[in-house]
Design a protein around this ligand. Structure first.
Ligand SMILES: [Zn+2]
Length: 117
């Protein structure tokens, strides 16, 4: 499936990817999106921004943040399950306690260490 728009330029590849996913699903296999650390970091960053908004008086943003954290997990699970698990652990802590503050910088650094550039 397309990620960061890199594959979207070739519509045939996008359609073939969707057809492949469908065949896997019909065949009873788990369909997982291709992993993308960039997208995972974007979702985690968006979750942080939404939780800050929640704290400013927008309680519904809690659920928007939870959705972004779940998306970040999905972005990592196929190729980096240990990192997806870390995001999941933090999301579950937030689910148990809405006031829990996720160590966002630690998560981002775990996914995209400075020495990886
Ligand atoms: Zn991406």
């Amino acid at each position: 499936m397309a990620c960061c728009g890199k594959k979207a330029a070739d519509l045939r590849k996008v359609i073939q990817g969707l057809l492949d996913d469908y065949e896997q699903h019909v065949g009873g296999m788990r369909v997982m999106r291709d992993s993308c650390k960039v997208c995972a970091c974007k979702h985690i960053s968006q979750a942080r921004a939404l939780l800050l908004e929640m704290n400013k008086g927008y309680p519904e943003h809690y659920w928007f943040a939870m959705g972004h954290l779940a998306e970040a997990e999905d972005e990592l699970m196929k190729e980096f399950p240990e990192l997806g698990g870390k995001v999941r652990e933090e999301r579950l802590k937030l689910e148990q306690d809405k006031k829990y503050w996720i160590p966002f910088a630690d998560l981002i650094i775990a996914i995209d260490p400075p020495e990886s550039k």
